[in-house]
Write a protein that binds this ligand. Structure first.
Ligand code: NAD
Ligand code: UDP
Length: 324
Protein backbone atom coordinates (compact mmCIF):
# COMPACT_ATOMS: atom_id res chain seq x y z
CA UNK A 1 0.00 0.00 0.00
CA UNK A 2 1.30 3.46 -0.85
CA UNK A 3 1.88 5.97 1.92
CA UNK A 4 -1.07 8.08 0.81
CA UNK A 5 -4.37 6.38 1.56
CA UNK A 6 -8.05 6.64 0.66
CA UNK A 7 -9.70 7.35 3.99
CA UNK A 8 -13.38 7.41 4.93
CA UNK A 9 -14.41 9.49 7.94
CA UNK A 10 -18.03 8.82 8.92
CA UNK A 11 -19.42 11.73 10.94
CA UNK A 12 -16.66 13.74 9.27
CA UNK A 13 -18.50 17.07 9.42
CA UNK A 14 -18.93 16.93 13.20
CA UNK A 15 -16.80 18.49 15.90
CA UNK A 16 -14.10 15.81 16.09
CA UNK A 17 -14.62 14.48 12.55
CA UNK A 18 -13.99 17.84 10.89
CA UNK A 19 -10.72 18.33 12.78
CA UNK A 20 -9.67 14.82 11.82
CA UNK A 21 -10.52 15.55 8.15
CA UNK A 22 -8.41 18.74 8.36
CA UNK A 23 -5.42 16.77 9.49
CA UNK A 24 -5.80 13.92 7.00
CA UNK A 25 -6.37 16.27 4.05
CA UNK A 26 -3.29 18.30 4.98
CA UNK A 27 -1.26 15.09 5.09
CA UNK A 28 -2.28 14.54 1.45
CA UNK A 29 -4.62 11.58 1.89
CA UNK A 30 -7.68 11.16 -0.27
CA UNK A 31 -10.41 11.88 2.26
CA UNK A 32 -14.10 11.03 1.97
CA UNK A 33 -16.18 12.80 4.59
CA UNK A 34 -19.57 11.12 5.05
CA UNK A 35 -22.24 12.83 7.15
CA UNK A 36 -26.00 13.31 7.34
CA UNK A 37 -25.54 16.67 9.16
CA UNK A 38 -27.84 15.66 12.00
CA UNK A 39 -25.72 17.44 14.61
CA UNK A 40 -23.37 19.41 12.39
CA UNK A 41 -23.34 21.69 9.40
CA UNK A 42 -21.33 22.11 6.22
CA UNK A 43 -19.53 25.16 7.62
CA UNK A 44 -17.30 22.82 9.66
CA UNK A 45 -15.71 21.51 6.46
CA UNK A 46 -16.43 24.42 4.09
CA UNK A 47 -12.74 25.34 3.96
CA UNK A 48 -11.92 21.84 2.68
CA UNK A 49 -14.40 21.80 -0.21
CA UNK A 50 -11.90 23.22 -2.75
CA UNK A 51 -9.19 20.72 -1.92
CA UNK A 52 -8.82 18.12 -4.72
CA UNK A 53 -8.23 15.37 -2.15
CA UNK A 54 -11.42 16.06 -0.19
CA UNK A 55 -14.90 14.76 -1.01
CA UNK A 56 -18.10 15.38 0.95
CA UNK A 57 -20.97 12.88 0.82
CA UNK A 58 -24.35 13.48 2.44
CA UNK A 59 -25.39 10.03 3.53
CA UNK A 60 -26.98 8.33 6.51
CA UNK A 61 -24.69 5.57 7.78
CA UNK A 62 -27.66 3.44 8.88
CA UNK A 63 -28.01 2.72 5.13
CA UNK A 64 -25.42 0.72 3.17
CA UNK A 65 -23.00 2.53 0.89
CA UNK A 66 -20.47 1.16 -1.61
CA UNK A 67 -17.05 2.82 -1.35
CA UNK A 68 -13.45 1.76 -1.98
CA UNK A 69 -11.13 2.83 0.82
CA UNK A 70 -7.99 1.78 2.73
CA UNK A 71 -8.99 3.12 6.15
CA UNK A 72 -12.19 4.05 7.96
CA UNK A 73 -12.68 6.22 11.02
CA UNK A 74 -16.22 5.51 12.26
CA UNK A 75 -17.31 8.63 14.12
CA UNK A 76 -20.91 8.98 12.94
CA UNK A 77 -23.16 9.23 15.99
CA UNK A 78 -24.74 12.05 17.94
CA UNK A 79 -22.54 12.50 21.02
CA UNK A 80 -24.22 15.07 23.27
CA UNK A 81 -26.94 13.76 25.62
CA UNK A 82 -29.55 16.20 24.26
CA UNK A 83 -28.72 15.15 20.71
CA UNK A 84 -28.69 11.40 21.27
CA UNK A 85 -31.86 11.45 23.36
CA UNK A 86 -33.72 13.49 20.71
CA UNK A 87 -34.44 10.32 18.73
CA UNK A 88 -33.09 7.48 20.87
CA UNK A 89 -34.12 4.69 18.51
CA UNK A 90 -32.25 6.37 15.69
CA UNK A 91 -29.22 6.73 17.97
CA UNK A 92 -29.08 3.00 18.61
CA UNK A 93 -29.59 2.35 14.89
CA UNK A 94 -26.76 4.72 14.03
CA UNK A 95 -24.34 2.95 16.36
CA UNK A 96 -25.37 -0.58 15.44
CA UNK A 97 -26.29 -0.31 11.74
CA UNK A 98 -23.53 2.26 11.26
CA UNK A 99 -21.01 -0.20 12.67
CA UNK A 100 -22.35 -3.04 10.51
CA UNK A 101 -22.28 -0.94 7.34
CA UNK A 102 -18.81 0.46 8.06
CA UNK A 103 -17.43 -2.95 9.02
CA UNK A 104 -18.95 -4.34 5.82
CA UNK A 105 -16.93 -1.87 3.75
CA UNK A 106 -13.81 -2.71 5.77
CA UNK A 107 -14.33 -6.44 5.26
CA UNK A 108 -14.92 -6.13 1.51
CA UNK A 109 -12.01 -3.72 0.92
CA UNK A 110 -9.59 -5.16 3.44
CA UNK A 111 -9.56 -1.72 5.06
CA UNK A 112 -8.42 -0.94 8.57
CA UNK A 113 -11.25 0.49 10.67
CA UNK A 114 -11.34 2.50 13.90
CA UNK A 115 -14.38 2.81 16.12
CA UNK A 116 -14.96 6.00 18.13
CA UNK A 117 -16.31 4.41 21.28
CA UNK A 118 -16.87 6.23 24.53
CA UNK A 119 -16.35 6.40 28.26
CA UNK A 120 -20.13 5.91 28.42
CA UNK A 121 -19.52 2.17 28.01
CA UNK A 122 -18.58 2.38 31.72
CA UNK A 123 -21.97 3.96 32.56
CA UNK A 124 -22.09 5.47 36.05
CA UNK A 125 -18.85 3.86 37.23
CA UNK A 126 -18.38 2.39 40.70
CA UNK A 127 -14.60 2.68 40.44
CA UNK A 128 -12.27 5.55 39.69
CA UNK A 129 -10.27 5.96 37.57
CA UNK A 130 -11.81 3.68 34.94
CA UNK A 131 -9.44 1.27 33.24
CA UNK A 132 -10.24 -0.67 30.08
CA UNK A 133 -10.79 -3.91 31.97
CA UNK A 134 -13.64 -2.39 34.01
CA UNK A 135 -16.89 -3.75 32.55
CA UNK A 136 -19.02 -0.82 33.53
CA UNK A 137 -22.29 -0.04 35.21
CA UNK A 138 -24.78 0.85 32.51
CA UNK A 139 -28.53 1.05 33.06
CA UNK A 140 -29.81 -0.78 29.94
CA UNK A 141 -33.31 0.71 30.19
CA UNK A 142 -32.53 4.33 31.08
CA UNK A 143 -32.54 7.45 28.88
CA UNK A 144 -28.78 7.21 28.21
CA UNK A 145 -28.98 3.55 27.18
CA UNK A 146 -29.62 4.32 23.49
CA UNK A 147 -26.11 5.75 23.33
CA UNK A 148 -24.32 3.61 25.92
CA UNK A 149 -25.71 0.27 24.78
CA UNK A 150 -25.46 1.24 21.12
CA UNK A 151 -21.77 1.96 21.57
CA UNK A 152 -21.29 -1.24 23.60
CA UNK A 153 -22.95 -3.26 20.85
CA UNK A 154 -20.74 -1.53 18.27
CA UNK A 155 -17.67 -2.65 20.23
CA UNK A 156 -19.08 -6.20 20.22
CA UNK A 157 -19.54 -6.06 16.44
CA UNK A 158 -16.02 -4.77 15.94
CA UNK A 159 -14.55 -7.58 18.03
CA UNK A 160 -16.66 -10.21 16.26
CA UNK A 161 -15.75 -8.97 12.77
CA UNK A 162 -12.15 -9.11 13.93
CA UNK A 163 -12.38 -12.64 15.38
CA UNK A 164 -14.66 -14.12 12.71
CA UNK A 165 -13.57 -12.25 9.58
CA UNK A 166 -10.09 -11.09 10.44
CA UNK A 167 -11.00 -7.42 9.94
CA UNK A 168 -8.18 -5.13 11.06
CA UNK A 169 -9.84 -3.06 13.80
CA UNK A 170 -9.05 -0.41 16.39
CA UNK A 171 -11.30 0.70 19.28
CA UNK A 172 -10.77 3.94 21.19
CA UNK A 173 -12.89 4.93 24.19
CA UNK A 174 -13.09 8.70 24.13
CA UNK A 175 -13.69 10.66 27.34
CA UNK A 176 -15.18 14.19 27.38
CA UNK A 177 -13.45 16.24 24.69
CA UNK A 178 -14.02 19.91 23.88
CA UNK A 179 -12.81 22.63 21.54
CA UNK A 180 -13.70 24.87 18.59
CA UNK A 181 -16.51 23.59 16.33
CA UNK A 182 -18.51 22.00 19.13
CA UNK A 183 -22.11 22.72 18.23
CA UNK A 184 -22.93 25.80 20.35
CA UNK A 185 -26.39 24.41 21.11
CA UNK A 186 -25.40 20.78 21.69
CA UNK A 187 -26.22 21.11 25.40
CA UNK A 188 -22.85 19.72 26.48
CA UNK A 189 -21.40 21.29 29.56
CA UNK A 190 -18.47 23.13 27.97
CA UNK A 191 -20.50 24.63 25.13
CA UNK A 192 -23.38 25.54 27.45
CA UNK A 193 -21.18 27.21 30.06
CA UNK A 194 -19.12 29.19 27.55
CA UNK A 195 -22.18 30.36 25.60
CA UNK A 196 -23.98 31.32 28.81
CA UNK A 197 -20.92 33.09 30.23
CA UNK A 198 -20.27 35.10 27.07
CA UNK A 199 -23.87 36.29 27.13
CA UNK A 200 -23.74 36.98 30.90
CA UNK A 201 -26.64 34.59 31.34
CA UNK A 202 -27.14 32.23 34.28
CA UNK A 203 -24.82 29.20 34.24
CA UNK A 204 -26.98 26.07 34.39
CA UNK A 205 -25.53 23.53 36.82
CA UNK A 206 -27.34 20.21 36.92
CA UNK A 207 -27.38 18.68 40.40
CA UNK A 208 -25.15 20.26 43.03
CA UNK A 209 -22.19 20.44 40.65
CA UNK A 210 -20.12 17.92 42.60
CA UNK A 211 -20.16 15.33 39.78
CA UNK A 212 -16.82 15.10 38.03
CA UNK A 213 -15.59 14.89 34.44
CA UNK A 214 -12.15 14.92 32.80
CA UNK A 215 -11.83 17.32 29.89
CA UNK A 216 -9.46 16.69 26.99
CA UNK A 217 -8.65 19.26 24.29
CA UNK A 218 -9.49 18.16 20.77
CA UNK A 219 -5.91 18.49 19.43
CA UNK A 220 -4.62 15.94 21.94
CA UNK A 221 -7.55 13.65 21.30
CA UNK A 222 -7.16 13.66 17.50
CA UNK A 223 -3.48 12.94 18.00
CA UNK A 224 -4.39 9.89 20.11
CA UNK A 225 -6.89 8.64 17.52
CA UNK A 226 -4.28 8.92 14.77
CA UNK A 227 -1.65 7.13 16.83
CA UNK A 228 -4.08 4.31 17.43
CA UNK A 229 -4.97 3.96 13.75
CA UNK A 230 -1.32 4.01 12.73
CA UNK A 231 -0.05 1.79 15.53
CA UNK A 232 0.91 -1.85 15.30
CA UNK A 233 -1.70 -4.41 14.24
CA UNK A 234 -1.27 -6.40 17.44
CA UNK A 235 -2.72 -3.55 19.51
CA UNK A 236 -6.39 -3.16 18.64
CA UNK A 237 -7.65 -1.78 21.96
CA UNK A 238 -10.01 -0.87 23.41
CA UNK A 239 -7.92 1.98 24.71
CA UNK A 240 -9.02 4.93 26.84
CA UNK A 241 -8.26 8.39 25.41
CA UNK A 242 -8.93 11.29 27.74
CA UNK A 243 -7.52 13.71 30.26
CA UNK A 244 -6.33 11.81 33.34
CA UNK A 245 -7.24 14.61 35.77
CA UNK A 246 -10.81 15.36 36.83
CA UNK A 247 -12.66 18.43 38.09
CA UNK A 248 -16.17 19.02 39.40
CA UNK A 249 -18.76 20.65 37.19
CA UNK A 250 -19.00 23.54 39.67
CA UNK A 251 -15.26 24.11 39.37
CA UNK A 252 -15.59 24.11 35.59
CA UNK A 253 -18.30 26.79 35.83
CA UNK A 254 -16.09 28.94 38.04
CA UNK A 255 -13.12 28.62 35.66
CA UNK A 256 -15.26 29.56 32.65
CA UNK A 257 -16.60 32.61 34.49
CA UNK A 258 -13.08 33.67 35.37
CA UNK A 259 -11.65 33.16 31.87
CA UNK A 260 -14.51 34.99 30.16
CA UNK A 261 -14.72 37.79 32.75
CA UNK A 262 -18.43 37.09 32.91
CA UNK A 263 -20.96 38.41 35.43
CA UNK A 264 -23.04 35.22 35.17
CA UNK A 265 -24.40 33.56 38.32
CA UNK A 266 -24.59 29.84 39.00
CA UNK A 267 -28.09 28.35 39.11
CA UNK A 268 -28.88 24.78 40.09
CA UNK A 269 -31.48 22.32 38.80
CA UNK A 270 -32.06 18.57 39.08
CA UNK A 271 -29.39 16.14 37.96
CA UNK A 272 -30.60 14.27 34.84
CA UNK A 273 -31.48 10.57 35.29
CA UNK A 274 -28.41 8.26 35.23
CA UNK A 275 -25.99 11.20 34.92
CA UNK A 276 -22.63 9.65 35.94
CA UNK A 277 -21.32 11.04 39.23
CA UNK A 278 -17.67 10.54 38.39
CA UNK A 279 -15.56 10.00 35.30
CA UNK A 280 -11.80 9.84 34.95
CA UNK A 281 -9.77 7.70 32.56
CA UNK A 282 -6.89 5.47 33.50
CA UNK A 283 -4.63 6.08 30.48
CA UNK A 284 -1.80 3.72 31.44
CA UNK A 285 -2.39 1.60 28.32
CA UNK A 286 -2.41 4.62 25.97
CA UNK A 287 0.79 5.86 27.56
CA UNK A 288 2.48 2.48 27.17
CA UNK A 289 1.29 1.44 23.72
CA UNK A 290 0.79 4.77 21.98
CA UNK A 291 3.22 6.97 23.91
CA UNK A 292 0.22 9.28 24.21
CA UNK A 293 -0.37 11.78 26.98
CA UNK A 294 -2.60 14.84 26.56
CA UNK A 295 -0.52 17.97 27.05
CA UNK A 296 -2.95 20.91 26.68
CA UNK A 297 -3.93 22.39 30.04
CA UNK A 298 -7.61 22.95 30.71
CA UNK A 299 -6.99 26.69 30.92
CA UNK A 300 -5.24 26.90 27.53
CA UNK A 301 -7.82 24.68 25.86
CA UNK A 302 -10.72 26.64 27.31
CA UNK A 303 -9.17 29.97 26.27
CA UNK A 304 -8.88 28.78 22.67
CA UNK A 305 -12.43 27.45 22.76
CA UNK A 306 -13.76 30.69 24.25
CA UNK A 307 -12.03 32.67 21.47
CA UNK A 308 -13.77 30.50 18.89
CA UNK A 309 -17.16 30.96 20.57
CA UNK A 310 -16.57 34.74 20.53
CA UNK A 311 -15.84 34.58 16.79
CA UNK A 312 -18.96 32.74 15.62
CA UNK A 313 -22.36 34.10 14.72
CA UNK A 314 -24.79 32.10 16.88
CA UNK A 315 -27.73 32.94 14.62
CA UNK A 316 -26.10 30.78 11.91
CA UNK A 317 -26.44 27.67 14.07
CA UNK A 318 -29.63 25.69 14.06
CA UNK A 319 -30.55 24.34 17.47
CA UNK A 320 -31.58 20.80 16.55
CA UNK A 321 -33.05 19.91 19.93
CA UNK A 322 -34.80 21.74 22.74
CA UNK A 323 -32.20 20.46 25.25
CA UNK A 324 -30.04 23.55 25.67
P1 NAD B 1 -20.73 15.47 16.76
O1 NAD B 1 -22.17 15.34 17.05
O2 NAD B 1 -20.16 16.83 16.55
O3 NAD B 1 -20.33 14.60 15.50
C1 NAD B 1 -21.04 13.46 15.09
C2 NAD B 1 -21.25 13.55 13.58
O4 NAD B 1 -21.94 12.37 13.15
C3 NAD B 1 -22.12 14.75 13.19
O5 NAD B 1 -21.54 15.44 12.12
C4 NAD B 1 -23.44 14.11 12.79
O6 NAD B 1 -24.15 14.87 11.85
C5 NAD B 1 -22.97 12.76 12.27
N1 NAD B 1 -24.02 11.75 12.27
C6 NAD B 1 -24.89 11.44 13.27
N2 NAD B 1 -25.70 10.44 12.90
C7 NAD B 1 -25.33 10.10 11.64
C8 NAD B 1 -25.82 9.14 10.71
N3 NAD B 1 -26.83 8.32 11.00
N4 NAD B 1 -25.20 9.06 9.48
C9 NAD B 1 -24.18 9.89 9.17
N5 NAD B 1 -23.70 10.83 10.02
C10 NAD B 1 -24.26 10.92 11.24
O7 NAD B 1 -19.96 14.73 17.96
P2 NAD B 1 -18.40 14.56 18.24
O8 NAD B 1 -18.15 15.06 19.61
O9 NAD B 1 -17.60 15.05 17.11
O10 NAD B 1 -18.30 12.97 18.33
C11 NAD B 1 -17.73 12.19 17.28
C12 NAD B 1 -17.68 10.74 17.70
O11 NAD B 1 -16.87 10.62 18.88
C13 NAD B 1 -19.05 10.16 18.08
O12 NAD B 1 -19.12 8.83 17.61
C14 NAD B 1 -19.05 10.18 19.58
O13 NAD B 1 -19.85 9.18 20.13
C15 NAD B 1 -17.57 9.97 19.90
N6 NAD B 1 -17.25 10.54 21.22
C16 NAD B 1 -17.11 11.88 21.39
C17 NAD B 1 -16.84 12.38 22.65
C18 NAD B 1 -16.65 13.86 22.91
O14 NAD B 1 -16.49 14.25 24.09
N7 NAD B 1 -16.62 14.72 21.94
C19 NAD B 1 -16.73 11.51 23.74
C20 NAD B 1 -16.92 10.15 23.53
C21 NAD B 1 -17.16 9.66 22.25
N1 UDP C 1 -24.10 19.70 32.88
C1 UDP C 1 -24.45 20.81 33.64
N2 UDP C 1 -24.98 21.88 32.99
C2 UDP C 1 -25.15 21.93 31.65
C3 UDP C 1 -24.79 20.79 30.88
C4 UDP C 1 -24.27 19.69 31.52
O1 UDP C 1 -24.30 20.82 34.85
O2 UDP C 1 -25.63 22.95 31.15
C5 UDP C 1 -23.51 18.54 33.56
C6 UDP C 1 -24.17 17.21 33.23
O3 UDP C 1 -25.26 16.99 34.11
C7 UDP C 1 -23.02 16.25 33.46
C8 UDP C 1 -21.78 17.06 33.05
O4 UDP C 1 -22.18 18.42 33.11
O5 UDP C 1 -22.93 15.92 34.82
C9 UDP C 1 -21.28 16.72 31.66
O6 UDP C 1 -22.37 16.81 30.79
P1 UDP C 1 -22.24 16.66 29.20
O7 UDP C 1 -23.62 16.73 28.67
O8 UDP C 1 -21.26 17.63 28.68
O9 UDP C 1 -21.59 15.23 28.94
P2 UDP C 1 -21.69 13.79 29.62
O10 UDP C 1 -20.35 13.59 30.19
O11 UDP C 1 -22.75 13.77 30.69
O12 UDP C 1 -22.01 12.90 28.50
Amino acid sequence: MSLLKRILVTGGAGFLGSHLCDRLVQQGHDVICLDNFFTSQKTNVEHLLDWPNFELIRHDITLPIWLEVDEIYNLACPAAPGHYQYNPIKTTKTSVMGAINSLGIAKRCGAKILQASTSEVYGDPEISPQSEEYRGSVNPIGPRACYDEGKRCAETLFMDYHRSNNVNIRIVRIFNTYGPRMHPYDGRVVSNFIRQALQNKDISIFGDGSQTRSFCFYIDLIDGIERMMNGTDDFIGPVNLGMPSEITIKQLAEIVIELTGSTSRLIYSDLPVDDPLQRRPDITIAREHLKWDPSTSLKDGLLETIEWFRSIDLSKYRAPTPHY
